[in-house]
Ligand binder design. Structure first.
Ligand SMILES: [Zn+2]
Length: 420
């Protein structure tokens, strides 16, 4: 492939002068210069006679027998960025160690008639002096050591190009879209992007808590578990990293359901339930509803929430419930609503392919305690009324359960396509 390598050879002499300057200036300004002094020491030890290097190598060999630590090479080197280069319409940054999600920060700016896409990485690169990379369609790509441990890549263009980034194991790829890209490439990018998205599916109720009960002892916990499993498999096939809060028919306290999602740093949390109507309206109540967490407004939301919130949560006084809800993060509410809209739309579309008369219950807000602990956009889906004679029956038809799962997965795809 035709690409330009932007890497220059390491220049220890210049590096040493640079560091010595930093220490000198730092001391004048009464700044802490120990980091730079340590780097200088490292450089000095690299220049030891050959015999000493021999000893170092022997120690390295012994070290290799030990199990690999998480960031093995990082500790032995000042530079954790190995290589930066352009290949077709992508800028590729190779690291010497495994990456975390927060290794990259993205900023968009407009200066005059020019657009700037700025990417900051945690890291240090051998070539500290500003370097220019070239890519067709982009006016200028600049890479430089922005801070001591921050490297910056700036893309300057006049066409308001779309850039996306993909975090791999040891590699970050910045991809510039809209530069003559075929459809197949876009699909490949999408799958790659999905690999970084973490989804936690919460299958409602379980164990001693059967949830709502319909005709012929149809339990909510069973249908929602079946749909959750189908959804799990569907999302995995699409490249997502997926986790289930329960793998079998077991009881989990409401407050513990979001723990997994927070621990896995999930991007979204999806709780799946089936609805129940009071006797007086049982014959009529049917349809699919999607809820996102917010202080309840309507009586309907309050009623559904009361059904789904477990007894341990209902014990909380009205006052403390309100306090909880007022500290909700507004941006999370907005993202949750967006997710809810996409999921509801695709879920309904999919369900109606099987049964034309499925009712749209809409996207609603409600005080669902299962969603309170989640630190990410989260929704609760009521896949239908288990208490409705016909809908209750359908909820246990396998092909319909699969159709519902596909609809939810399509909605999730749509959400991530718009909200990377
Ligand atoms: Zn439920």
């Amino acid at each position: 492939m035709n690409y330009l390598r932007a890497v220059l050879n390491s220049d220890q002499k210049n590096e040493k002068i640079h560091l010595q300057d930093l220490v000198k200036i730092g001391k004048k300004l009464n700044k802490n210069t120990t980091t730079y002094e340590k780097e200088l020491e490292k450089l000095a030890s690299n220049n030891q006679p050959i015999q000493k290097i021999d000893k170092v190598q022997k120690i390295d060999k012994i070290k290799k027998i030990e199990p690999l630590k998480k960031e093995p090479e990082y500790k032995n080197s000042t530079y954790n960025i190995d290589n930066v280069f352009v290949k077709d319409n992508q800028i590729i940054i190779d690291f010497k160690h495994y990456l975390k999600k927060d290794y990259i920060k993205f900023i968009e700016e407009k200066r005059g008639n020019k657009y700037l896409d700025i990417f900051d990485f945690n890291g240090r690169f051998k070539d500290a002096s500003p370097t220019v990379l070239k890519m067709n369609g982009v006016d200028r790509i600049k890479i430089f050591q922005y801070k001591y441990r921050k490297i910056r890549i700036e893309l300057i263009h006049r066409k308001n190009l779309k850039t996306i980034y993909i975090i791999g194991k040891k590699r970050i790829i910045i991809k510039v879209l809209d530069i003559k890209e075929s459809k197949s490439n876009v699909t490949a990018v999408k799958t790659l992007l999905n690999k970084n998205k973490v989804i936690v599916i919460d299958s409602g109720h379980g164990g001693k808590d059967s949830g709502a009960v319909g005709d012929k002892k149809r339990y909510e916990k069973n249908t929602v578990f079946a749909v959750s499993k189908y959804l799990y498999n569907d999302l995995k096939k699409r490249g997502y990293r997926v986790y289930l809060t329960r793998n079998k028919d077991r009881f989990i306290q409401v407050k513990n359901r979001t723990v997994l999602a927070n621990r896995k740093k999930a991007d979204i949390f999806i709780s799946i339930h089936a609805n129940a109507a009071p006797k007086s309206v049982r014959a009529k109540a049917r349809g699919i509803e999607t809820y996102f967490l917010s202080p309840a407004r309507s009586a309907r939301a309050k009623r559904v929430a009361a059904l789904e919130n477990s007894s341990d949560m209902n014990a909380m006084s009205n006052n403390s419930q309100n306090t909880f809800l007022t500290i909700l993060n507004q941006s999370k509410i907005t993202s949750s609503q967006k997710l809810g809209i996409d999921v509801q739309q695709h879920l309904l579309y999919s369900a109606r392919k099987k049964y034309k008369d499925v009712v749209d219950g809409g996207v609603r807000e409600g005080p669902f305690w299962v969603l309170v602990g989640a630190q990410m956009p989260s929704i609760l889906i009521e896949i239908g009324y288990i208490t409705h004679k016909e809908e209750g029956r359908r909820l246990f038809v396998k092909s319909y359960q699969k159709t519902l799962a596909k609809g939810i997965a399509d909605g999730i795809d749509a959400y991530f396509a718009k909200n990377q």
